[in-house]
Design a protein around this ligand. Structure first.
Ligand code: ZN
Length: 199
């Protein structure tokens, strides 16, 4: 006997999630349909709404429901400072650390040859265009202190320095292998204050 087509479709759809193979997709589908139909409904609606409403901010590339996110739209922020982070969660962490009042650019990823993520997969053209707006004077690179984050920082640094921009890197008060998302706001603030020029 075969699964009903709609069940097969659900299982197959769940496999788009990273790290989810056929077995876990099947477990998730059974859980949603049998144990948590309310949760399944919320998940379906949230996905639908997110797909419909979320775009990338025109300036900083983070997720936003409006063309210009609220950080980019805030004219009180220092227009001459641009901080590059990997993911929206990193931006939120830096905001929580209250150590930074410039603007951001969110790469939406990092270089990761092992996972097949190359320069063409990051919004590097958008970053160079954004940093070359004539107002930005310093680009602070705040990618993670992982091997991938460091390689990404190096590539971006070279690209931006070639544009004649001053490029700094947040300091290594961060643990080696450290991800911004998992560091306490105080440590992150210190790393921002002690940022240094990228050699
Ligand atoms: Zn923005």
């Amino acid at each position: 006997m075969k699964n009903p087509p709609s069940l097969d479709q659900l299982i197959s759809a769940l496999k788009v999630l990273p790290g989810v193979g056929p077995k876990s997709a099947q477990r998730m589908a059974f859980h949603l349909l049998q144990k948590d139909r309310g949760g399944a409904d919320r998940l379906a609606r949230a996905l639908d709404s997110a797909l419909l409403n979320l775009r990338h901010c025109e300036r900083c590339n983070t997720f936003s429901e409006v063309p210009l996110c609220n950080v980019c739209a805030d004219e009180a922020r220092k227009q001459e400072l641009l901080c590059v982070v990997e993911m929206p969660a990193d931006l939120l962490m830096l905001e929580q650390s209250r150590s930074y009042d410039g603007l951001y650019f969110v790469l939406m990823g990092r270089l990761s040859p092992m996972d097949g993520v190359g320069p063409q997969d990051l919004a590097l053209d958008k970053l160079v265009a954004r940093a070359s707006d004539g107002k930005v004077q310093e680009v602070v690179i705040a990618t993670n202190f992982t091997a991938e984050g460091e390689v990404t920082a190096h590539l971006i640094g070279e690209m931006l320095k070639a544009q004649g921009l001053r490029v700094t890197r947040i300091a290594r008060g961060m643990p080696v292998g450290g991800e911004l998302e998992h560091v306490d706001p105080g440590t992150l603030a210190q790393a921002m204050y002690e940022r240094r020029s990228l050699a």
